[in-house]
Ligand binder design. Sequence first.
Ligand SMILES: NC(=O)c1ccc[n+]([C@@H]2O[C@H](COP(=O)([O-])OP(=O)(O)OC[C@H]3O[C@@H](n4cnc5c(N)ncnc54)[C@H](OP(=O)(O)O)[C@@H]3O)[C@@H](O)[C@H]2O)c1
Length: 302
Amino acid sequence: MKNTILLAGATGDLGGKICLALIKRGAHVRLLIREGSNHDRVHNLSQAGAEVITVNYGDEAALISACDNVSCVVSALAGLYDVIVTAQTLLLNAALKAGVKRFIPSDFCTDFTQLQKGDNRNFDLRKEFQEILDSAEIHATSIFNGAFTYVLQNNIPLLDTKERSIAYFQDKLDWKIDFTTVTNTAEYTAAVALDDSSPRFLNIASFRVSPHELAELTRKVFGAKFELKERGPINYFADYIRKIRQEQADGEKQLYPQWQQMQYLHSMFTAHHKEINNDRYDISNWTSAEQTLKDLFQKDKI
Ligand SMILES: NC(=O)c1ccc[n+]([C@@H]2O[C@H](COP(=O)([O-])OP(=O)(O)OC[C@H]3O[C@@H](n4cnc5c(N)ncnc54)[C@H](OP(=O)(O)O)[C@@H]3O)[C@@H](O)[C@H]2O)c1
């Protein structure tokens, strides 16, 4: 009999790819969709073979029924407290009541267990849900993929294609930063969802690159080496972010305010993988750093 995987957040970027990767692996995928979710995306995933269930997360009976006969719940939800803590807790409670054995939370980020509370607002929400998840009688697995590779396209200081510069913090020139493509993350997550013996945490990276190595790659990809710029000690950067966060209180209601993006950069330079679990499954198409830069930038005129 096919495994049934309940997937929340399938209309999203990562969730849609997890759905297709699960179908490719032979799973029966049940999508948890909200009234008003993007119709075209739902239609495409349904055409690909997914079962679609529309629920209101406030309807406990409907959530429990959606969990019927499910071997693993996968969450690829994105949002603030109402999503990462509240909606995921509703989903977890329904899974427990329906007797589901496994749960993959929507972590998909830098290993926040290495970070302090207050370092990164969006990771603090995941820490809060982690406590709830770890106190439940369910087998949980979190996937840490570092940053999605596409963030390199956002002119973050680490790779600023306008300034043609690469920023790093004091003593961090050779610090390895973990990056994973959304596709690699989705393929790996599908394999984890079908693996009943997956451990609590799994670390993946399409590639790991230091500012020093990134600068060498810019020579190959952009034709000339970007300038390396030291930004001082990382703790000064943390103080600066705290100040900006206080000044921009409206950002507390936004998912990615300017200071949150700075917190992601701070996290990249504060936590990284100590071991990599890429080889646990039959996934071989990990995208290299050079290929990623070519894919992201060579179509554009820089
Ligand atoms: N490591 C990184 O660099 C990085 C970068 C980006 C994202 N991520 C993480 O990857 C995961 C997926 O992100 P994504 O970019 O794929 O997200 P996305 O494209 O914004 O999709 C978000 C999904 O969450 C659902 N959702 C939002 N609010 C909801 C609510 N209140 N109740 C139920 N469902 C709700 C949406 O459903 P509807 O269609 O119904 O609105 C949608 O399916 C998240 O954990 C995110 O933080 C990591």
